[in-house]
Design a protein around this ligand. Structure first.
Ligand code: COA
Ligand code: NAP
Length: 273
């Protein structure tokens, strides 16, 4: 189920917006008439996303940029601003992850996830600041329950997402005076996504066990997250800033942690992820 908000004539940028959860968010804003830019690394992902998003409402632009490259992020944002004007809504959701026990993780393996999730988030937010509509812009970071639920095999992602949460809180303090709101969405296990596949590709029995452990008895959907993003970007959320909002069926991650870790153990042992 999708909710309705009108973003006609608004400029929305979604970093990491070409697949999965962030693509679901981009799709929702396209349907609501926004002028939309989606950005990620791989040209094939950007092309496919733009092809899928066009014709659903507002004008759509795609751009290739790696969030680890500060200047490339700046160029991508400038392109979007040249086309659509000041940014009304910025979603920062690019991330990478794999399962590996910390004692076996290389320095570069730890660094790559911190560079994408945390340093990349800083690059996106920092480069966007000059272009945000002031007052009025809404910034949304996509974090994860790993930021506060310690998870085996995810030292890099836990550390990085905890940093993303603190970035949200600090920027809410620093940018609030300019009329910019910034919040984080923390999705639970969202079915059909790369993150779900990478972190819990369990057997049918494990999947059923994990689903039953979720207080609301189901995994999340793309629409669950997209609807929250639409709300946070809307005037109805006008007094919400610096918030970290779980959208996880009632503490799902903590509930499914044993199942996740069992699946993770098997996958890490097999060298998958
Ligand atoms: N286990 C252990 N180490 C791993 C690993 C795994 N499964 N996958 C990658 N690494 C290590 C590599 O060995 C390398 O370290 P090294 O130089 O010491 O050998 C380091 O991580 C970087 O890997 P590389 O493949 O060069 O990085 P990349 O920039 O091409 O890709 C990833 C980044 C690894 C995060 C990749 O999984 C990715 O692009 N992910 C995006 C999609 C995603 O993860 N979605 C889910 C979001 S929750
Ligand atoms: P996904 O489909 O892999 O989404 C990640 C996106 O980021 C892709 O569009 C990817 O596109 C882009 N990306 C990756 N590295 C990048 C880089 N260096 N520069 C620019 N873009 C980059 O995974 P997902 O599962 O939907 O996850 C989306 C977000 O939700 C992430 O922030 C994740 O941590 C969070 N989350 C997911 C779940 C879940 O259940 N799936 C749960 C909690 C939190 P390219 O490959 O083209 O770059």
């Amino acid at each position: 189920m999708q909710v309705d908000f009108d973003f006609t004539g608004r400029h929305v940028v979604v970093f990491g917006g070409t697949t999965g959860i962030n693509f679901g968010i981009a799709h929702a804003f396209a349907r609501q008439g926004a002028g939309l830019t989606v950005a990620s690394r791989k040209p094939e992902n950007v092309e496919a996303a733009v092809a899928e998003l066009r014709g659903h409402g507002g004008e759509v632009h795609g751009v290739c940029a790696d969030v680890r490259d500060f200047d490339a992020v700046g160029r991508a944002l400038q392109e979007s601003v040249d086309r659509f004007g000041p940014i009304d809504v910025l979603v920062s959701g690019a991330a990478g992850n794999f399962l590996c026990e910390a004692k076996d993780m290389s320095s570069n393996g730890f660094k790559v996830v911190v560079d994408i999730d945390l340093v990349g988030s800083f690059h996106v937010l920092r480069q966007a600041h000059a272009h945000l509509r002031k007052p009025g812009a809404s910034v949304i970071s996509i974090t994860a329950p790993q930021s506060f639920v310690p998870m085996r095999y995810q030292a890099h992602a836990c550390a990085a997402k905890a940093g993303v949460d603190q970035l949200t809180r600090v920027l809410a303090l620093e940018w609030g005076g300019e009329g910019v709101r910034i919040n984080s969405i923390s999705p639970g296990p969202i079915d059909g996504t790369e993150g779900f596949r990478k972190l819990m590709a369990p057997s049918a029995a494990e999947r059923a066990y994990a689903q039953d452990a979720v207080p609301l008895k189901r995994f999340g959907s793309l629409d669950d997250i997209a609807n929250l993003a639409l709300f946070l970007a809307s005037p109805y959320a006008g007094y919400i800033s610096g918030a970290l909002i779980p959208c996880d069926g009632g503490g799902a991650f903590e509930s499914v942690k044993p199942a996740l870790e069992a699946a993770g153990q098997a996958m890490a042992a097999a060298g998958a992820g």
